[in-house]
Design a protein around this ligand. Structure first.
Ligand code: CP
Ligand code: NVA
Length: 306
């Protein structure tokens, strides 16, 4: 493992190694033991989109591991004025020990990794959000005690979250059912990759437009915003199209009694989920947010420890 660009690039064993290390780092952190494994190392964090969780969790994670992190807003670095990605990658590789990037085009992250001589981590693109799903898998295992054999229902836009959940669930043997309105379904290559992985792990991939079908008997119910970063102008039209996909108490009641509710956040209450569900007793959204820190520390150690 030299970069983390897509969960599709990882083997099931590599995913479990990250999750096991994340659990250990979390326990050590709670019990006051920090390991300065990345002492003297610096992570550069390029952002061309907003962030609360990704920025703070990576920055704090680097500090806890004994290193430091640099916030590089694309508004302030020359990349934003047209300096080529290839030059940026090669220059940053002379100063830094790793790069985390959040941006629009997934191909830009691949190009950055191609030219960088240091590890590159995808902190979200239009297509994928692998770090979020590692934290999600850690959270699911904490609450359910297992991954294999569970069913996760994702209700909403076939976006970056849905794509990374397809990869992560299929590789770890979780059945995944995705319900999206027509025209807003997942990219076919993500579905194909997930189906290939699911065949190996013995899980199922179900793609439907029916939210009740997807959520029935689910152990985990997941939602995300209907208008991702970069789609702000489509917010109103999407609100109309996605209205039947709101996860409210009535829809949630189709899941298993002890189902957990998850959301990568930020959430828009009253749109993709109602307040009584996201703030209700089955919601684990803040455990999920916290695990960004622990899961990403595991990724940083795997990629950067000397
Ligand atoms: N879930 C997530 O990636 O949150 P931020 O956009 O705040 O980083
Ligand atoms: N799908 C959302 C996820 C935010 C963490 C977006 O891309 O804006």
């Amino acid at each position: 493992m030299t970069d983390l660009i897509s969960l599709n690039d990882l083997t099931t064993e590599q995913i479990y190694e990250i999750l096991d290390l994340a659990d250990k780092l979390k326990k050590d952190n709670k019990e006051g033991r920090e390991h300065h494994i990345l002492k003297g190392q610096t992570l550069g964090m390029i952002f061309t989109k907003s962030s609360t969780r990704t920025r703070v969790s990576f920055e704090v994670g680097m500090y806890q591991l004994g290193g430091s992190a640099l916030f590089l807003s694309s508004n302030d670095i020359q990349l934003g004025r047209g300096e080529p990605i290839s030059d940026t990658a090669q220059v940053l590789s002379r100063f830094l020990n790793g790069i985390m990037i959040r941006t629009f085009k997934h191909s830009d992250v691949i190009e950055l990794a191609d030219y960088a001589s240091i590890p590159v981590i995808n902190g979200l693109t239009d297509d994928e959000h692998p770090c979020q799903v590692l934290a999600d898998l850690q959270t699911i295992r904490e609450h359910k005690g297992q991954l294999k054999g569970l069913k996760l229902a994702y209700i909403g836009d076939g976006n970056n979250m849905a794509h990374s959940l397809l990869h992560g669930c299929a590789k770890t043997g979780i059945d995944i059912a995705i319900a999206s309105p027509e025209g807003y379904t997942c990219g076919q290559r993500f579905v194909d990759d997930a189906k290939a992985a699911a065949e190996k792990s013995g899980s199922k991939v179900i793609m439907t437009s029916d939210p009740v079908e997807a959520i029935s008997d689910a152990d985990v119910v997941y939602s995300d915003t209907w208008a991702s970063m970069g789609q702000e102008t489509e917010k109103e039209i999407r609100a109309k199209i996605f209205a039947p996909y709101t996860i409210d108490k009535k829809l949630f009641a189709n899941a298993k009694k002890d189902a957990i509710f998850m959301h990568c956040l930020p959430a828009y209450r009253g749109y993709e989920v109602t307040e009584d569900v996201i703030d209700g007793p089955n919601s684990v959204i803040f455990d999920e947010a916290e695990n960004r820190l622990h899961a990403q520390k595991a990724v940083l150690v795997k990629l950067m420890a000397r």
